[in-house]
Design a protein around this ligand. Structure first.
Ligand code: G3P
Ligand code: MG
Length: 249
């Protein structure tokens, strides 16, 4: 059986909230996405050593912040003073948000959420056990959990069976649709280059929604939506105008 909840996806999802306009995976970026009329955002979650789930893409702090360190070796207190907007020109200070803080803001702004669980090489049961209680107050109709890791998604299947799960794939080769079926996935999250009429039809044949990432070309995005892709995940959601305000075709 597939998860009971089947979220209504928008056509446009902001990647790392709205990566072209604001520092990725931050509270400020989510506020900016909401200001731009974005309905859903995709962001990444990782675990600290003390099991606090935080919103951050990389396993380390180096690329984005004014600090250094590996998240799975740090405690929440170690993040005090870390500015993840440090390399985003013209922006103020942004902390590493906890998942809890981010979910509260998303609820307040009524945004939908594609939560991507990063594979840090930790025990999947531990990772999902840390995330699961945080999600209990969030509207399940506005949430899709995704991961490149089948092990993490299997654990979601066990601990959060009612929530929609999506498998992230860079290529559609081999037995990819069997993997979706065995995970009872709600959605396929594919690199956009792997999507064509045939692969989209194959995913639809097993009742999976199809999301394409990361599509930063407007023409390409419209072509994919025309082909039947349900949502495109993009750094430039602000450039799609009112695509999601239109009545369904
Ligand atoms: O979830 C889609 C996309 O975010 C996957 O790649 O590296 O940007 O997290 P990445
Ligand atoms: Mg991601």
């Amino acid at each position: 059986l597939r998860p009971g909840v089947k979220p209504q996806l928008p056509k446009i999802i902001g990647h790392r909230a709205i990566a072209s306009l604001a520092p990725e995976n931050t509270l400020g970026a989510v506020r900016e996405a909401a200001r731009q009329g974005v309905k859903w955002v995709e962001m990444d979650v990782s675990l600290l050593a003390d099991d606090t789930p935080v919103i951050h893409h990389d396993p380390t702090l180096e690329r984005l912040s004014n600090s250094t360190g590996t998240l799975c070796e740090m405690q929440l207190v170690d993040l005090a003073g870390v500015n993840v907007a440090a390399r985003f020109e013209g922006w103020g200070v942004e902390p590493v948000p906890t998942l809890r803080e981010m979910l509260a803001l998303l609820s307040e702004l009524k945004l939908g959420f594609n939560l991507e669980i990063k594979d840090q090489g930790l025990d999947p049961a531990r990772v999902v056990a840390a995330i699961a209680p945080e999600l209990s107050a969030f509207d399940p109709a506005k949430l899709v959990i995704s991961s490149f890791s089948e092990a993490l998604l299997q654990e979601c299947q066990r601990q959060l069976p009612e929530l929609a799960r999506g498998l992230l794939l860079s290529e559609l080769e081999g037995n990819w649709s069997d993997k979706l079926e065995s995970l009872q996935a709600f959605s396929l999250h594919s690199h956009w280059r792997a999507l064509n009429e045939q692969t989209i039809a194959q995913a639809k044949a097993i009742s999976c929604r199809v999301l394409a990432w990361t599509v930063n070309d407007i023409e390409e995005a419209h072509r994919l939506l025309q082909l039947g892709v349900d949502s495109v995940i993009t750094d430039i959601p602000q450039q799609f105008g009112s695509v999601d305000d239109r009545a369904p075709d």
